[in-house]
Design a protein around this ligand. Sequence first.
Ligand SMILES: Cc1cc2nc3c(=O)[nH]c(=O)nc-3n(C[C@H](O)[C@H](O)[C@H](O)COP(=O)(O)OP(=O)(O)OC[C@H]3O[C@@H](n4cnc5c(N)ncnc54)[C@H](O)[C@@H]3O)c2cc1C
Length: 306
Amino acid sequence: MIAVIPVRDGVAPAGADEAICEASGDALFIGSGTSQALENLPKVASNVWLAEAEVNASQIIAAITLIGRLNETVILPATPDGRDIAPHLAHALGRSLYAGAISITDHKVSVARHGGLSIADFQPTKTFIATLQIGIRGVDTVSATPTISHVEIVPTTNAAQASVISVAVMPPDASTMDLSEAPRIIGGGAGLESGERFVQLQNVASALDASMGVTRVITDRGWADHERQIGTTGVVVDPDLYIAFGVSGAVQHTSGLGQPEHIISVNTDAHCPMMQMADLAIVADANAVLEELAQLMNVNSEVGAA
Ligand SMILES: Cc1cc2nc3c(=O)[nH]c(=O)nc-3n(C[C@H](O)[C@H](O)[C@H](O)COP(=O)(O)OP(=O)(O)OC[C@H]3O[C@@H](n4cnc5c(N)ncnc54)[C@H](O)[C@@H]3O)c2cc1C
Protein backbone atom coordinates (compact mmCIF):
# COMPACT_ATOMS: atom_id res chain seq x y z
CA MET A 1 0.00 0.00 0.00
CA ILE A 2 1.32 3.47 -0.84
CA ALA A 3 0.12 6.99 -0.04
CA VAL A 4 0.17 9.49 -2.89
CA ILE A 5 0.55 13.06 -1.68
CA PRO A 6 -0.22 15.80 -4.22
CA VAL A 7 1.99 18.83 -3.45
CA ARG A 8 1.42 22.42 -4.56
CA ASP A 9 4.25 24.95 -4.20
CA GLY A 10 5.96 23.10 -1.37
CA VAL A 11 2.80 22.58 0.65
CA ALA A 12 1.44 19.13 1.42
CA PRO A 13 -2.34 18.99 1.82
CA ALA A 14 -4.15 18.55 5.12
CA GLY A 15 -4.31 14.89 6.04
CA ALA A 16 -1.07 14.00 4.20
CA ASP A 17 0.48 12.79 7.46
CA GLU A 18 -2.54 10.58 8.25
CA ALA A 19 -2.57 9.04 4.74
CA ILE A 20 1.14 8.23 5.06
CA CYS A 21 0.58 6.58 8.45
CA GLU A 22 -2.32 4.56 7.04
CA ALA A 23 0.05 3.35 4.28
CA SER A 24 2.58 2.28 6.95
CA GLY A 25 5.02 5.08 6.10
CA ASP A 26 5.39 4.60 2.31
CA ALA A 27 4.61 7.70 0.27
CA LEU A 28 5.02 9.25 -3.15
CA PHE A 29 5.10 13.06 -3.03
CA ILE A 30 4.25 14.45 -6.46
CA GLY A 31 3.96 18.06 -7.58
CA SER A 32 6.08 21.18 -7.04
CA GLY A 33 8.35 21.65 -4.02
CA THR A 34 8.07 18.05 -2.84
CA SER A 35 11.25 18.16 -0.66
CA GLN A 36 10.00 21.24 1.16
CA ALA A 37 6.60 19.64 1.70
CA LEU A 38 8.26 16.57 3.20
CA GLU A 39 10.43 18.72 5.53
CA ASN A 40 7.39 20.55 6.85
CA LEU A 41 5.45 17.42 7.76
CA PRO A 42 5.78 15.67 11.10
CA LYS A 43 8.07 12.60 11.00
CA VAL A 44 5.65 9.95 9.80
CA ALA A 45 7.26 8.50 6.66
CA SER A 46 9.74 5.64 6.33
CA ASN A 47 10.13 5.35 2.54
CA VAL A 48 9.56 8.44 0.43
CA TRP A 49 9.71 9.00 -3.33
CA LEU A 50 9.79 12.59 -4.57
CA ALA A 51 8.58 13.41 -8.08
CA GLU A 52 8.66 16.99 -9.38
CA ALA A 53 5.89 16.66 -11.93
CA GLU A 54 2.39 17.76 -12.87
CA VAL A 55 -0.24 16.60 -10.40
CA ASN A 56 -2.42 14.34 -12.50
CA ALA A 57 -3.38 10.69 -12.77
CA SER A 58 -1.11 9.83 -15.70
CA GLN A 59 1.98 11.29 -14.00
CA ILE A 60 1.12 9.44 -10.78
CA ILE A 61 0.74 6.17 -12.68
CA ALA A 62 4.10 6.82 -14.39
CA ALA A 63 5.73 7.45 -11.00
CA ILE A 64 4.32 4.43 -9.19
CA THR A 65 5.22 2.26 -12.19
CA LEU A 66 8.83 3.50 -12.06
CA ILE A 67 9.15 2.71 -8.38
CA GLY A 68 7.57 -0.72 -8.82
CA ARG A 69 4.44 -0.05 -6.75
CA LEU A 70 1.85 -0.06 -9.55
CA ASN A 71 0.11 -3.19 -8.34
CA GLU A 72 -0.52 -1.88 -4.84
CA THR A 73 -3.43 -0.12 -3.21
CA VAL A 74 -3.14 3.69 -3.41
CA ILE A 75 -4.37 6.05 -0.69
CA LEU A 76 -4.83 9.80 -1.13
CA PRO A 77 -5.93 12.30 1.50
CA ALA A 78 -9.58 13.33 0.91
CA THR A 79 -8.66 16.91 -0.01
CA PRO A 80 -9.87 18.65 -3.18
CA ASP A 81 -6.80 17.33 -5.09
CA GLY A 82 -7.17 13.84 -3.63
CA ARG A 83 -10.90 13.72 -4.34
CA ASP A 84 -10.27 14.94 -7.89
CA ILE A 85 -7.42 12.57 -8.74
CA ALA A 86 -8.69 9.37 -7.09
CA PRO A 87 -11.55 8.68 -9.56
CA HIS A 88 -9.20 9.32 -12.52
CA LEU A 89 -6.70 6.85 -11.07
CA ALA A 90 -9.40 4.27 -10.40
CA HIS A 91 -10.73 4.63 -13.95
CA ALA A 92 -7.29 4.51 -15.59
CA LEU A 93 -6.23 1.45 -13.58
CA GLY A 94 -9.63 -0.29 -13.71
CA ARG A 95 -9.87 -0.49 -9.93
CA SER A 96 -12.55 0.09 -7.30
CA LEU A 97 -12.66 3.46 -5.57
CA TYR A 98 -13.50 3.87 -1.87
CA ALA A 99 -14.11 7.57 -1.30
CA GLY A 100 -13.93 9.15 2.14
CA ALA A 101 -12.74 6.05 4.02
CA ILE A 102 -12.01 6.31 7.74
CA SER A 103 -9.87 3.19 7.93
CA ILE A 104 -8.01 1.33 5.18
CA THR A 105 -6.16 -1.98 5.09
CA ASP A 106 -5.54 -4.21 2.07
CA HIS A 107 -8.48 -6.42 3.02
CA LYS A 108 -10.93 -4.10 4.79
CA VAL A 109 -12.09 -0.55 4.12
CA SER A 110 -14.51 1.34 6.38
CA VAL A 111 -16.41 4.25 4.89
CA ALA A 112 -18.55 6.67 6.93
CA ARG A 113 -22.03 7.09 5.54
CA HIS A 114 -25.03 9.36 6.20
CA GLY A 115 -22.98 12.15 7.73
CA GLY A 116 -21.09 9.79 10.00
CA LEU A 117 -24.18 8.14 11.48
CA SER A 118 -23.30 4.73 10.03
CA ILE A 119 -20.17 2.95 8.88
CA ALA A 120 -20.06 0.61 5.88
CA ASP A 121 -17.34 -2.06 5.82
CA PHE A 122 -16.01 -3.52 2.56
CA GLN A 123 -13.69 -6.49 1.97
CA PRO A 124 -11.83 -5.78 -1.29
CA THR A 125 -10.40 -8.80 -3.05
CA LYS A 126 -8.08 -6.79 -5.32
CA THR A 127 -5.95 -3.69 -4.91
CA PHE A 128 -7.95 -0.46 -5.03
CA ILE A 129 -7.85 3.35 -4.76
CA ALA A 130 -9.13 5.11 -1.63
CA THR A 131 -9.31 8.59 -0.18
CA LEU A 132 -8.85 8.94 3.57
CA GLN A 133 -11.01 11.37 5.55
CA ILE A 134 -8.98 14.07 7.26
CA GLY A 135 -8.67 14.46 11.02
CA ILE A 136 -10.09 11.10 12.07
CA ARG A 137 -7.17 8.68 12.13
CA GLY A 138 -4.53 10.83 13.81
CA VAL A 139 -0.79 10.26 13.28
CA ASP A 140 1.94 8.04 14.72
CA THR A 141 5.33 9.73 14.47
CA VAL A 142 8.49 7.71 13.86
CA SER A 143 12.01 8.49 15.09
CA ALA A 144 13.97 7.21 12.07
CA THR A 145 14.80 9.50 9.14
CA PRO A 146 12.99 8.33 5.99
CA THR A 147 14.73 6.84 2.99
CA ILE A 148 14.29 9.37 0.19
CA SER A 149 14.48 8.59 -3.55
CA HIS A 150 13.94 10.97 -6.45
CA VAL A 151 11.78 9.89 -9.36
CA GLU A 152 12.27 11.41 -12.82
CA ILE A 153 9.12 11.23 -14.93
CA VAL A 154 8.88 12.19 -18.58
CA PRO A 155 6.28 14.98 -18.79
CA THR A 156 2.95 13.98 -20.33
CA THR A 157 2.75 14.86 -24.00
CA ASN A 158 -0.80 13.88 -24.87
CA ALA A 159 -2.58 16.59 -26.81
CA ALA A 160 -5.32 17.29 -24.28
CA GLN A 161 -2.89 17.81 -21.42
CA ALA A 162 -0.32 19.67 -23.52
CA SER A 163 -2.97 22.29 -24.31
CA VAL A 164 -3.38 23.09 -20.59
CA ILE A 165 -0.72 25.38 -19.19
CA SER A 166 -0.58 26.10 -15.44
CA VAL A 167 0.14 29.81 -15.13
CA ALA A 168 0.10 30.02 -11.33
CA VAL A 169 -1.39 28.31 -8.32
CA MET A 170 -3.36 30.89 -6.37
CA PRO A 171 -3.75 30.59 -2.60
CA PRO A 172 -7.29 29.51 -1.67
CA ASP A 173 -9.88 32.09 -0.62
CA ALA A 174 -10.42 31.43 3.09
CA SER A 175 -14.10 32.36 2.86
CA THR A 176 -14.91 29.65 0.32
CA MET A 177 -12.18 27.04 0.77
CA ASP A 178 -12.98 23.54 1.93
CA LEU A 179 -13.39 23.89 5.71
CA SER A 180 -11.52 20.65 6.31
CA GLU A 181 -8.37 22.28 4.89
CA ALA A 182 -8.66 25.65 6.64
CA PRO A 183 -5.67 26.52 8.83
CA ARG A 184 -7.62 29.19 10.77
CA ILE A 185 -11.30 28.89 11.70
CA ILE A 186 -13.56 31.32 13.51
CA GLY A 187 -16.53 29.40 14.87
CA GLY A 188 -19.91 30.68 15.95
CA GLY A 189 -22.53 29.02 18.15
CA ALA A 190 -25.84 29.72 19.82
CA GLY A 191 -24.25 32.43 21.97
CA LEU A 192 -24.40 34.67 18.90
CA GLU A 193 -27.82 36.23 18.87
CA SER A 194 -28.96 36.49 15.25
CA GLY A 195 -28.40 35.41 11.66
CA GLU A 196 -26.87 38.82 10.98
CA ARG A 197 -24.13 38.05 13.48
CA PHE A 198 -23.01 35.24 11.17
CA VAL A 199 -22.69 37.66 8.27
CA GLN A 200 -20.54 39.77 10.58
CA LEU A 201 -18.62 36.67 11.73
CA GLN A 202 -17.96 35.76 8.09
CA ASN A 203 -16.71 39.29 7.36
CA VAL A 204 -14.43 39.33 10.39
CA ALA A 205 -13.15 35.86 9.42
CA SER A 206 -12.40 37.05 5.87
CA ALA A 207 -10.56 40.10 7.19
CA LEU A 208 -8.41 37.78 9.29
CA ASP A 209 -7.88 35.41 6.34
CA ALA A 210 -9.76 32.75 8.30
CA SER A 211 -12.71 30.51 7.46
CA MET A 212 -16.05 30.52 9.26
CA GLY A 213 -17.32 27.39 11.01
CA VAL A 214 -20.51 26.92 13.03
CA THR A 215 -22.27 24.50 15.35
CA ARG A 216 -25.25 22.36 14.39
CA VAL A 217 -27.63 24.65 16.28
CA ILE A 218 -26.71 27.34 13.77
CA THR A 219 -27.18 25.20 10.65
CA ASP A 220 -30.50 23.94 12.09
CA ARG A 221 -31.59 27.57 12.39
CA GLY A 222 -30.61 28.15 8.76
CA TRP A 223 -28.06 30.82 9.69
CA ALA A 224 -25.25 29.03 7.87
CA ASP A 225 -24.93 26.27 5.27
CA HIS A 226 -24.32 22.69 6.30
CA GLU A 227 -20.86 22.75 4.68
CA ARG A 228 -19.83 25.18 7.46
CA GLN A 229 -20.91 22.85 10.30
CA ILE A 230 -18.06 21.39 12.32
CA GLY A 231 -18.61 18.05 14.02
CA THR A 232 -19.58 14.43 13.77
CA THR A 233 -22.47 15.16 11.40
CA GLY A 234 -20.66 18.01 9.69
CA VAL A 235 -17.10 18.58 8.52
CA VAL A 236 -14.09 17.21 10.36
CA VAL A 237 -11.49 19.98 10.56
CA ASP A 238 -7.96 20.31 11.94
CA PRO A 239 -6.98 23.99 12.04
CA ASP A 240 -3.93 25.53 13.72
CA LEU A 241 -6.17 28.17 15.29
CA TYR A 242 -9.82 27.95 16.37
CA ILE A 243 -11.63 30.96 17.78
CA ALA A 244 -15.04 30.06 19.21
CA PHE A 245 -17.74 32.67 19.77
CA GLY A 246 -20.58 31.44 21.98
CA VAL A 247 -19.86 27.74 21.41
CA SER A 248 -20.50 25.39 24.36
CA GLY A 249 -18.11 22.67 23.10
CA ALA A 250 -20.53 19.72 23.00
CA VAL A 251 -18.76 16.47 22.20
CA GLN A 252 -20.48 16.18 18.80
CA HIS A 253 -18.84 19.51 17.92
CA THR A 254 -15.39 19.05 19.45
CA SER A 255 -14.94 15.52 18.12
CA GLY A 256 -14.83 17.07 14.65
CA LEU A 257 -12.37 19.76 15.68
CA GLY A 258 -9.09 17.87 15.30
CA GLN A 259 -6.28 19.11 17.52
CA PRO A 260 -5.89 22.87 17.02
CA GLU A 261 -2.58 24.23 18.28
CA HIS A 262 -4.35 27.29 19.70
CA ILE A 263 -7.95 27.69 20.87
CA ILE A 264 -9.54 30.97 21.92
CA SER A 265 -13.05 30.85 23.34
CA VAL A 266 -15.42 33.70 24.11
CA ASN A 267 -18.31 32.62 26.32
CA THR A 268 -20.35 33.88 29.27
CA ASP A 269 -19.99 30.48 30.95
CA ALA A 270 -16.43 30.13 32.23
CA HIS A 271 -16.94 26.43 32.94
CA CYS A 272 -18.34 25.09 29.65
CA PRO A 273 -16.21 22.49 27.77
CA MET A 274 -15.08 24.95 25.07
CA MET A 275 -13.67 27.30 27.73
CA GLN A 276 -11.96 24.36 29.43
CA MET A 277 -10.27 23.43 26.13
CA ALA A 278 -9.15 26.98 25.38
CA ASP A 279 -5.63 28.40 25.66
CA LEU A 280 -7.24 31.81 26.04
CA ALA A 281 -10.72 31.85 27.61
CA ILE A 282 -12.51 35.20 27.49
CA VAL A 283 -15.53 35.44 29.80
CA ALA A 284 -17.66 38.01 27.99
CA ASP A 285 -20.65 38.55 25.74
CA ALA A 286 -19.57 37.05 22.39
CA ASN A 287 -21.79 39.52 20.50
CA ALA A 288 -20.09 42.50 22.12
CA VAL A 289 -16.60 41.09 21.52
CA LEU A 290 -17.44 40.34 17.87
CA GLU A 291 -18.90 43.83 17.46
CA GLU A 292 -15.74 45.40 18.91
CA LEU A 293 -13.54 43.26 16.68
CA ALA A 294 -15.59 44.20 13.61
CA GLN A 295 -15.24 47.89 14.45
CA LEU A 296 -11.51 47.59 15.06
CA MET A 297 -11.14 45.86 11.71
CA ASN A 298 -13.56 48.22 10.04
CA VAL A 299 -15.92 45.51 8.75
CA ASN A 300 -19.72 45.34 8.82
CA SER A 301 -20.32 46.55 12.37
CA GLU A 302 -24.00 47.46 11.93
CA VAL A 303 -25.83 44.47 13.41
CA GLY A 304 -29.14 44.59 15.19
CA ALA A 305 -30.19 41.85 17.62
CA ALA A 306 -32.89 39.39 16.40
C1 LIG B 1 -26.61 12.81 16.66
C2 LIG B 1 -26.13 14.22 16.92
C3 LIG B 1 -25.19 14.75 16.07
C4 LIG B 1 -24.73 16.06 16.28
N1 LIG B 1 -23.80 16.58 15.42
C5 LIG B 1 -23.31 17.81 15.67
C6 LIG B 1 -22.27 18.37 14.83
O1 LIG B 1 -21.83 17.78 13.86
N2 LIG B 1 -21.83 19.60 15.15
C7 LIG B 1 -22.29 20.32 16.20
O2 LIG B 1 -21.80 21.45 16.41
N3 LIG B 1 -23.26 19.82 16.98
C8 LIG B 1 -23.79 18.61 16.74
N4 LIG B 1 -24.79 18.13 17.51
C9 LIG B 1 -25.38 19.04 18.51
C10 LIG B 1 -24.57 19.15 19.76
O3 LIG B 1 -24.93 18.11 20.64
C11 LIG B 1 -24.81 20.50 20.47
O4 LIG B 1 -26.19 20.65 20.67
C12 LIG B 1 -24.31 21.71 19.68
O5 LIG B 1 -22.97 21.52 19.27
C13 LIG B 1 -24.40 22.94 20.57
O6 LIG B 1 -24.16 24.06 19.80
P1 LIG B 1 -23.85 25.45 20.48
O7 LIG B 1 -22.59 25.34 21.27
O8 LIG B 1 -23.93 26.47 19.42
O9 LIG B 1 -25.11 25.69 21.42
P2 LIG B 1 -25.33 25.54 22.99
O10 LIG B 1 -24.94 24.20 23.46
O11 LIG B 1 -26.72 26.00 23.23
O12 LIG B 1 -24.31 26.55 23.62
C14 LIG B 1 -24.36 27.93 23.49
C15 LIG B 1 -23.17 28.49 24.24
O13 LIG B 1 -23.20 29.89 24.13
C16 LIG B 1 -22.95 30.46 25.42
N5 LIG B 1 -23.58 31.78 25.42
C17 LIG B 1 -24.89 32.10 25.54
N6 LIG B 1 -25.05 33.43 25.41
C18 LIG B 1 -23.81 33.95 25.24
C19 LIG B 1 -23.32 35.24 25.01
N7 LIG B 1 -24.13 36.30 24.95
N8 LIG B 1 -22.00 35.39 24.84
C20 LIG B 1 -21.14 34.34 24.89
N9 LIG B 1 -21.56 33.08 25.08
C21 LIG B 1 -22.86 32.89 25.22
C22 LIG B 1 -23.51 29.51 26.41
O14 LIG B 1 -22.85 29.67 27.65
C23 LIG B 1 -23.20 28.17 25.75
O15 LIG B 1 -21.91 27.72 26.14
C24 LIG B 1 -25.25 16.83 17.35
C25 LIG B 1 -26.19 16.27 18.21
C26 LIG B 1 -26.62 14.99 17.99
C27 LIG B 1 -27.64 14.42 18.93
